[in-house]
Design a protein around this ligand. Sequence first.
Ligand SMILES: NC(=O)c1ccc[n+]([C@@H]2O[C@H](COP(=O)([O-])OP(=O)(O)OC[C@H]3O[C@@H](n4cnc5c(N)ncnc54)[C@H](O)[C@@H]3O)[C@@H](O)[C@H]2O)c1
Length: 336
Amino acid sequence: MTTLNVAFLGAGSIAKDHLYAYKKDGRAKVTWLCDTNLERAGKLAQEYDIPNVTADYTEALQDPKLDFVDIMAPNFLHKPMAINAMNAGKAVLCEKPMALNAQESQDMVDEARSTGQRLFVKYHQRFDPVHALARKMLETGEFPKPVMALATLFGNHLPSMLNASHWRGVPSLTGGGCLFSSGSHIIDLLRFFFGDVQAITSVNRQLIANNPEKGDDNASVILEFKSGIIATFVGCWTTNTWSRSYKWWNEDRTMYIYQDETKANRLDVEEGNERKNLLVAPDWARQSHSIAISHFLDQMLKDALPYYPLEECVKSMKTLELAYKSSAEGCRILVD
Ligand SMILES: NC(=O)c1ccc[n+]([C@@H]2O[C@H](COP(=O)([O-])OP(=O)(O)OC[C@H]3O[C@@H](n4cnc5c(N)ncnc54)[C@H](O)[C@@H]3O)[C@@H](O)[C@H]2O)c1
């Protein structure tokens, strides 16, 4: 069996989920950990028996045995890292959000086309079995067209929003705060469920952190889809609990998607007085990272078609960018 060699560009909190995924799949071996925090990378390399550690990722790009890089550095580095890797003849798997804005994302796509290198942006939530079933039920009409939808995300990122040296929430490093980092998943997933957006109205503000170096810590976004569905996303980084949920409905039925206390993702449908569970995806976040990474390895090794085109990722970035514009300008924005 062919084994691919991968370099991690960034070895922070998400790296362990990726290490789990490569080990579970078995078709790729992590041969480099590249992180400016050498102490952190060194410890991880020792724990996972990874042969090479460097603070300068371009060193790994010179390794002729390296097949691809997995970008897990802060968002402002996604574009330069991806472009340097593709120019060095390496394929790229990149964490979400794709980059700082739609133009940077388009530049990455253009580079992939001109170098002929594979580029895949890992919006792993699209791969979760519950989310995939929900989309299928919408596509087939098994769940008839919803009228409205509500998505919520509550979390406690206040400590890192108050920490001046943490990149989280610094607009020049991440693109924005709660809406950009957490909302990027939700907006992408709402697009996965309901398609293209035609208008956006957003209010995203820093309500609690009181740190002028950082961006929004709370957000409320209304997305009007071309299909007529209206979805509202409420995101909050300043609670002391963690939860996420989606709910949509029509005159007869309501669909619920939510994470339970065991970290499983669940899909229920309610009709009349009866609410039925249709699917439970245990340990959904870690497992969907794994499914997404295996899908990328299928692209690399079996020429599998990407589950979604790169243009989808650029559109998600554009939607996010327009949400920020709506909030800054205090108006509803029409999408071209
Ligand atoms: N898909 C998801 O659900 C998910 C979850 C968490 C994070 N992410 C994404 O993964 C990325 C990293 O997030 P994280 O939470 O692991 O952050 P983190 O801060 O824990 O880790 C980032 C790492 O990048 C390193 N780094 C900084 N500059 C570097 C450079 N020039 N070269 C190499 N390494 C460098 C840092 O030292 C740090 O160890 C972000 O883009 C984030 O949006 C995605």
